[in-house]
Design a protein around this ligand. Structure first.
Ligand SMILES: [Zn+2]
Ligand SMILES: [Zn+2]
Length: 330
């Protein structure tokens, strides 16, 4: 696979938060240290990309190439690899030393600190890239890398909950729903009241109930995972919990959480967040996904239409995940 790599590539770049991504011709990045050069075949779009675009998360540099669910070929070996959000850790801080590299004090993230996959080529540290299960075409594998991985970590943190509520039924929830059903859990999907398309999608994927997150839950929940970035869902989900239940907030950003009476938290209910991923999460989930088997629903768009994908994600105009296809010729 030593074929000539072009000097330049097409990419969509963020110049500054609040402005649409700009099509750009950039030099193909040069790998340094432990990095490998990857030809990108597909990159899934994540809600975190929207938070960076909106300035709710500060870009590590600009212009920045977004995208942290990359499937491509490592040019050095010809192997297919997946690149997730966790791009690098120091390996030495108190969190890394305790198997909590997701909390590393000096972590660097793909598509935030390191240029990501909204491009024809990307570099990634080989130690943080994953081999991908066969049986998942490139586009369907891409959403496993964040929607799947973060969803998996959130589900683990929900413990052995039998009655699981999913608040917001986007890319991550559509994968978690399938895994939860595989594990014999009962799934309840909460969406905006008028979002009947997402409700139908949830029922199709095995949820036994789907309805309005503003209304009451049909029965008590043992755990709730909140994917939508809306703080008012936290006390709403808390009120739906049975004794000892947990609310897991799976997003990287959320609007403020309104106050609520202590009574709602009493009886050992808890609220927690999920931050990032560890490589062990990735190994575990990528082994599990083909056994379920997870089927990701993807809508493919050319890389040049990244702004359209982000705009439609913002309004919820997608079932499953958007995946961007870079042009195949430089
Ligand atoms: Zn560390
Ligand atoms: Zn993500």
């Amino acid at each position: 696979m030593s074929g000539a790599t072009p000097a330049e590539m097409q990419a969509m770049v963020l110049d500054e938060p609040g402005r649409p991504l700009r099509p750009a011709t950039l030099p193909v990045p040069e790998p340094t240290g432990e990095q490998i050069l990857i030809r990108v075949h597909a990159c899934a779009v994540c809600r975190t990309d929207l938070h960076i675009l909106d300035g709710e998360l500060e870009p590590g540099h600009t212009p920045l190439v977004l995208g942290h669910q990359i499937v491509g070929t490592a040019l050095e070996t010809g192997e297919r690899v997946g690149v997730p959000w966790l791009g690098w850790t120091d390996g030495t801080c108190r969190y890394c030393r305790r198997d909590r590299e997701n909390l590393c004090l000096h972590a660097r993230f793909t598509g935030l600190d390191i240029d990501g996959g909204y491009a024809q080529y990307a570099v990634a540290d080989r130690r943080y890239a994953f081999a991908l299960p066969e049986g998942f075409p490139d586009d369907q594998a891409a959403p496993l890398l964040c929607a799947g991985l973060i969803g998996h970590r959130a589900l683990r943190l929900a413990g052995d909950a039998e009655r699981l509520g999913l608040y917001g039924f986007g890319a991550s929830a559509h994968i978690v729903c399938q895994v939860a059903r595989h594990e014999g859990r009962r799934v309840f999907a909460f969406t905006r009241g008028d979002d009947t398309a997402s409700q139908a999608f949830a029922l199709e994927l095995g949820a036994e109930w789907a309805g309005d997150s503003a209304g009451p839950a049909p029965e008590e929940l043992d755990a709730a995972i909140i994917f939508a970035p809306a703080g008012p869902l936290v006390p709403a989900a808390l009120r739906a919990l049975a004794r000892g239940g947990t609310v897991v907030c799976a997003g990287i950003h959320m609007s403020d959480i309104p106050s609520f009476p202590y009574e709602d938290l009493w009886e050992e209910r808890s609220i927690r967040s999920v931050a990032n991923l560890t490589r062990a999460d990735g190994d575990e989930f990528l082994a599990l996904a083909p056994r379920v088997p997870v089927r990701t629903h993807v809508t493919r768009l050319p890389l040049a239409q990244a702004n359209e994908a982000l705009a439609r994600l913002r309004t919820g105009d997608v079932q499953g995940a958007f995946v961007l296809d870079p042009p195949t010729d430089a």
